[in-house]
Design a protein around this ligand. Sequence first.
Ligand code: NAD
Length: 345
Amino acid sequence: MKYFITGGCGFIGTNIAISFNKNHYKNLLILDNLSKPTAKKNLIFLKKKKISFKKIDIAKSKLKVEKLIRKYKPKAIFHLAGQVAMSSSIHNPINDFDGNVISTLNILEAIRKFSNKTILIYSSTNKVYGDLENYKYTEKKTRYIIKNDFKGFTEKNDLDFKSPYACSKGSADQYVLDYSRVYNLNTVVFRHSSVYGGRQFFTYDQGWVGWFCAQAIKNKIFFKSKFSVTGNGKQVRDIVHIDDITKLYKDSIKNFKNIKGKAYNIGGGITNSLSVIELINFLERKLKIKLSYYNIENRPYDQKIFISDNNKIYKDLKWRPVINYNKGLNQILHWIKKSKIYKDV
Ligand SMILES: NC(=O)c1ccc[n+]([C@@H]2O[C@H](COP(=O)([O-])OP(=O)(O)OC[C@H]3O[C@@H](n4cnc5c(N)ncnc54)[C@H](O)[C@@H]3O)[C@@H](O)[C@H]2O)c1
């Protein structure tokens, strides 16, 4: 097996797997504990394509992880397995720590001991920068803004872990970088903004773009229902389509020496930034409907704005997102209708 995808039955992992040329499917091994209830749906999909799968809990099975890495000495591991929701981390911080920190250490140690040429790509998050309340924000009609010449947050922002989720993702992020410094391993960290696209079985907690798209479709063809929006809905994120992300992960392997041991902000950038209100407005125009929602309390430590400055990754890898949000949202709306998952939200 040349490539391992941990958390490979999740949204990003499944998309990375199927983005490989069909001839390479036999070189992929998906590792997942199926802890996410919808992971089984992606597993059925992957099995139809004859992609190999092993059920394993990366956090609880140190020896099994070592055995697999020792046996196959994979060229690359896309490490996507983890506890992914902020609110779950607050309810169960130990589970969050195990899922994000212990699982990552298990992979790092196995590589260090048995396969030190393996490339490890870690999916971190923009939450490592905290709530960014040290910036000055102005509230406009549909969104917060910073200042007119703002081009996005760079990797030079201070790390500031707030919430168990940020602590665990941030710790894993730092271990991944440190194993490159101390042990010269081939590791890299991608700090993702909101990724959206097909095969994401979003929940109230995770995958806000898909969640609102599904709410809108449900309202259009199923029945009218009000949904909640946290805070005032003016919080802004730069959304990035999954096809741009799968390209990034594969480009990374081809030119790994340029990015070894570094951390990168990865997002849709300023031109793909949207507030919740702006997404709702877009959906109303697109589907020719009127949506109704009510506001609830803000999420703890929610950033008013997160927009990635993608310049560092562009400089090192020539990667930048090419799917604009108009095209990307049309695609996800199509997928939600076809898969009928709007019935589940
Ligand atoms: N999707 C985004 O917008 C986004 C943004 C920032 C960071 N990330 C990070 O990217 C990674 C992938 O995200 P996703 O959206 O595909 O999430 P996802 O929830 O769809 O997939 C995660 C998968 O990991 C599996 N898993 C969880 N714990 C495991 C363990 N201990 N052992 C084995 N498998 C385990 C789950 O069953 C699931 O299939 C996550 O680490 C997440 O924190 C994603």
